[in-house]
Design a protein around this ligand. Structure first.
Ligand SMILES: Nc1nc2c(ncn2[C@@H]2O[C@H](COP(=O)(O)OP(=O)(O)O)[C@@H](O)[C@H]2O)c(=O)[nH]1
Ligand SMILES: [Mg+2]
Length: 316
């Protein structure tokens, strides 16, 4: 057993219905499947565990996705690993599923959550991204929030990681053209993340319901990949730093040795968001005039494979 495994807080950003609960249930189902697995999640909270089991049995019974009424608002896990010497806790993590409407940077609770976090899952509905103009408009706000956090992180050299999770990819036709369209739609976010050298990775999530021998289940192959990647990144970077979240990273970089009051920390956060929004408007204009258009050869086609996760910190 590892003494004092690290605890990471993960923020999730994404509107209601984007697929956060299904993603969590899929990740849980994948890592807790019957077959022996290198890693698995242990719930520290019996209520959460009951809800997870409720979701999975709902799928098995009805062949349908869980209703929105089964909510997982906070999820405390331990990531465990089996090796020759027995079971080992690699790290603990706290996940907050924030309702879409609360993901507003003017909301003080949301500001506190951002400041207490070590990493972030950004959920984007891939199907709506390609087929729904209204959804695309609403994504501007999400992009601004993510870029604002990334700018703050980069200005203050705080270790932080973003998993950008494109949900419902099983609803899309699998083709290079589809992938190019996704890449193109995400370009306003990606180019700004690149500009501030953010540590991010894109993941294509597909968690359909499939029936095998008459029993329905979430097909969750690869579902846990984003969480494993995030935790591997955080584990790697926070090796020598005890529990550095965004808030104490800010305090350290701005006022060495001084503790920032919550109001000042929030003020810095809001200030950063406002400046990023202005920049966002400016870059949207550049897009509108075609300055950033990519040719197909410039677009990355392959994303990180599972094997890279094992090469990174967590597999050790
Ligand atoms: N086909 C498909 N549908 C999905 C997937 N993930 C979510 N959905 C659909 O999206 C709905 C909302 O998902 P949910 O996880 O409850 O959204 P949340 O509000 O972000 O927690 C579900 O009821 C499903 O109908 C997926 O991977 N594939
Ligand atoms: Mg939900």
């Amino acid at each position: 057993m590892t003494k004092n495994p690290k605890t990471f807080s993960l923020l999730s950003i994404g509107q209601r219905g984007v697929g956060k609960t299904v993603f969590l249930a899929g990740s849980y189902a994948e890592l807790n499947a019957d077959k022996p697995h290198d890693f698995w999640f242990d719930c520290q909270d019996t209520e959460v565990q009951t809800n997870m089991e409720k979701i999975l049995s709902h799928v098995a019974r009805t062949n349908l996705y869980p209703p929105a009424t089964i909510k997982i608002t906070s999820f405390n896990f331990s990531l465990k690993r089996d090796n020759l010497f027995g079971k080992k806790t690699l790290c603990d993590f706290r996940w907050w599923d924030i309702p879409g409407e609360s993901c507003d940077i003017r909301n003080p609770d949301f500001q506190e959550m951002i400041l207490a976090s070590h990493g972030c899952c950004v959920f984007i509905n891939a199907h709506s991204l390609l087929h729904d103009a209204e959804y695309n408009k609403s994504l501007d706000e999400v992009f601004h929030q993510v870029v604002a956090i990334a700018s703050l992180v980069s200005q203050h050299r705080i270790k932080y990681a973003f998993a950008i999770i494109l949900t419902k990819c099983d609803l899309l036709e699998q083709s290079t053209v589809t992938q190019l369209k996704i890449e193109q739609s995400l370009q306003p976010l990606i180019s700004r993340l690149d500009a501030v050298k953010a540590n991010y990775q894109k993941f294509y999530s597909a968690i359909p319901i499939v029936s095998m021998e008459g029993v329905a289940a979430l097909r969750a192959r690869g579902a846990a990949e984003p969480l494993l990647w995030l935790l591997a990144e955080l584990n790697k970077h926070h090796h020598f730093l005890a529990q550095q979240n965004l808030a104490n990273g800010l305090s350290q970089s701005l006022f060495i040795g001084q503790v920032l009051s919550p109001q000042i920390r929030r003020y810095i956060l809001v200030l950063s968001l406002v400046s990023v929004s202005l920049l966002g408007i400016f870059s949207s204009l550049l897009f509108a005039f075609g300055f950033f258009n990519l040719s197909p050869e410039q677009l990355p086609l392959k994303e990180q494979s599972q094997s890279q996760i094992h090469k990174s910190g967590i597999a050790h």
